[in-house]
Design a protein around this ligand. Structure first.
Ligand code: BDP
Length: 336
């Protein structure tokens, strides 16, 4: 009898051990193509996780919006647990976690270093933790660099509006899925159009659904948007970081606490890697665009101040609940 009991116990133990070491395969949804800085970082993240969990957790990276049609869809698939990870812009996250809007208001940062001092500091880390605490079903793992965003339009649209006066009257501009970003265009006199994925902007401009969009140098170049909308007006209205997100459902129901901790640590480590890849890509994208004969319109400080003044109501409309955070961000900027 004792022998039988020992055998059963041993069997249970072996089963438990094989369950604990069973391999879990998870998916990561990425909008950008292979080779783009965020995709490279996703792959580095997957590599680190597999290595550190000794093969228990494998992450498959699906680039080019293969897994989800648009970042909003990807976020929703994380909430339901259909997808474990996604790398998205902070902008669509703001629709689910409004506090995230406080770190992407227009003309909030003096430069990239100022933004990183905030994101790596107490404010940024509190905001990242707030993604889960808000009950969104999402876990913020880390931030990635995404430069400054500026408007790009067709030549006809450029002539129709008055960019020197921050007046976009009559223009339809594709914006990210975030009410704050749509309101931004309202304030300039134009119309914000949402529901168009970053990978659909090129065709939407070509078919006249919109007159243009706004983005950083790498996306403007990588998505070939500069061929459809060759005027790039460098107003640099926002610095919107990227965020690597994890599904809370997956973290709580599929993975061990130990592996979730490893995943969080690996994600943080890829931040510097992405920033390095970003710097290289930003430089090469700018070169390609300038050499292509695009009309790159530089704005002086006085003109940029006109954009800033027109967009200022967003601080009241979307940032009123976060004035302490916003003041904290400005305070960090004093040393930059
Ligand atoms: C790019 C972001 C990407 C967004 C895109 C957009 O890297 O995540 O999908 O902007 O405008 O800069 O939607």
């Amino acid at each position: 009898m004792k022998k039988l009991l020992a055998l059963v116990l041993a069997l249970v133990l072996v089963c438990a051990m094989s369950v604990a070491s069973a391999e879990v395969v998870l998916q990561l949804a990425e909008t950008h193509a292979e080779g783009y800085p965020t995709t490279l970082a996703d792959r580095e993240f997957a590599r680190l996780v597999e290595e550190r969990t000794e093969g228990r957790v494998k992450i498959e990276v699906y680039s080019g919006s293969q897994l989800a049609d648009g970042e909003t869809t990807a976020i929703e698939k994380l909430q339901s647990g259909d997808i474990a990870f996604t790398r998205v812009s902070a902008s669509p996250v703001g629709s689910y976690v409004p506090s995230i809007n406080a770190i992407q208001l227009p003309y909030l940062y003096k430069n990239a270093d100022h933004m990183w001092a905030v994101l790596d500091g107490e404010i940024g880390q509190t905001m990242l933790a707030g993604i889960q605490e808000s009950g969104s079903g999402l876990i913020g793992l880390c931030y990635y660099e995404a430069g400054a965003r500026s408007f790009y339009i067709t030549q006809a649209a450029y002539e129709k509006a008055n960019f020197a006066e921050a007046d976009l009257t009559g223009l339809k501009i594709r914006m990210q899925n975030n009410p704050m970003m749509v309101r931004m265009i309202d304030l300039l006199g134009g119309t914000g159009v949402t529901g168009i994925g970053a990978n659909e902007v090129y065709s939407s401009i070509q078919t006249g659904v919109v007159d243009g969009a706004e983005n950083n140098w790498p996306t403007y170049q990588n998505m070939s948007d500069y061929e459809a909308a060759p005027v790039y007006v460098l107003d640099e209205h926002t610095r919107v970081p990227e965020i690597l997100l994890m599904s809370e459902f997956v973290a709580e129901n599929i993975l061990s606490e130990e592996d979730v901790a490893i995943i969080k640590e690996c994600a943080k480590e890829t931040q510097e890697y992405e920033k390095q890849k970003w710097a290289e890509k930003e430089e090469s994208a700018e070169k390609i665009i300038r050499e292509s004969g695009c009309n790159v319109v530089e704005l002086d400080a006085e003109t940029k101040a006109k954009y800033e003044a027109k967009m200022a109501p967003l601080y009241e409309e979307f940032g009123a609940a976060y004035t302490d955070i916003i003041e904290g961000i400005k305070a960090v900027g004093e040393s930059f």
